[in-house]
Ligand binder design. Structure first.
Ligand code: SF4
Length: 326
């Protein structure tokens, strides 16, 4: 699909037409019945961040950095709850030494046998900078210690106007892509996402999707794409209500636009179960993870393996458990 066709479809098509076309494409790729889910626990290792994005709720809470023992106790609990992976993400906290990250990864992967997805591009960029090592060198060390993939976090909307509004001190779109490219080169696959619901224009939404699609043409490292909506976590930047039809339209457009990314995930955590179910008929083939812990927002997601299986079955599909990195 061409860039201007995508803009045209976004502006003029009905959500039902797009959903129908996207569902057909999803069936061609994944079959009619399978819907996947995974089970990981999020460990936010710190909420101390020098970047200060306007939408981030971390600045509101009591400051903390988890000790390795605290990480171990959260991981043991995750094991009991049936998780086979940890989503290890925090913030840009220059006081944390490199040895902390390596010890945490060794604990989670080598000792406790979890797959670990971790560190957003902005965290990776600053960990390398603070430790005066190159990004490839850092990625090699983290991989050797047990990192298996990286999240697509921190992209939000990758246009200059939106980055100035949301996160002027975060990575530019170009730098975000450069870090991701290095991760993919190092053999660390990832997801990618978009977050809508501020003052972005339709053109900016498609521009963002295009950034990701072009990078995927180059690296092939994105395994999935997840559309999100900004949550009202602070009063420091403008958010708007994203209507259900807009979210479904976005899911559908992502399926049609990304000929090169196989999995489209619906954020049941962010959008709730009713919209989650509808998204499975509009191009999405995955409900992302069962939520075992989430500090960033209050959960309206699916909180147990049984609930995930039931949700998918009641939506009319067959539940298939996958690993965090597919
Ligand atoms: S970089 Fe991440 S953790 Fe830091 S303020 Fe921005 S969103 Fe929050």
């Amino acid at each position: 699909m061409r860039f201007d066709t995508a803009i045209e479809l976004w502006k003029t098509s009905s959500w039902t037409d797009l959903a129908k076309a996207a569902h057909g494409k999803r069936i061609q790729i994944h079959g009619e019945k399978d819907v996947s889910y995974t089970v990981f626990r999020i460990i936010n290792y710190t909420n101390i961040c020098k970047i200060g994005c306007s939408f981030c709720s971390f600045k509101n809470g009591e400051k903390y950095t988890l000790s390795i023992d605290e990480i171990a106790s959260q991981a043991h609990l995750a094991k009991k709850q049936g998780a086979d992976a940890i989503f290890f993400q925090g913030a840009v906290n220059p006081a944390i030494p490199l040895s902390y990250y390596l010890d945490a990864l060794k604990l989670l992967h080598k000792k406790l046998n979890f797959k670990v997805r971790g560190f957003s591009p902005v965290e990776l960029f600053h960990i390398a900078k603070n430790n005066k090592i190159s990004l490839p060198e850092l990625l090699k060390k983290l991989k050797q210690a047990g990192l298996s993939s990286v999240p697509g976090a921190g992209a939000e909307i990758m246009t200059e106007k939106m980055r100035k509004l949301l996160a002027p001190k975060k990575l530019s779109a170009k730098d975000w892509c450069k870090v991701m490219e290095e991760c993919h080169k190092a053999g660390l696959k990832s997801s990618a996402n978009i977050v809508i619901g501020s003052t972005e224009s339709p053109e900016e939404i498609i521009e963002h999707l295009n950034y990701i699609r072009e990078l995927q043409n180059k690296t092939g490292g994105f395994q999935s794409f997840i559309p999100w909506v900004f949550q009202p976590q602070t009063n420091d930047f403008p958010i708007r209500h994203v209507r259900s039809d807009e979210y479904i339209k976005l899911i559908a457009l992502c399926r049609l636009f990304f000929h090169n990314i196989p999995n489209i995930e619906v954020s049941v955590l962010g959008m709730g179960k009713v919209l989650g179910e509808l998204a499975l008929y509009a191009g999405a083939n995955d409900i992302s993870s069962v939520v075992l812990e989430e500090r960033v927002m209050h959960s309206q997601g699916i909180t147990s393996i049984e609930e995930a299986k039931r949700f998918i079955k009641e939506a009319g599909f067959k539940a298939v458990r996958r690993e965090i990195d597919y």
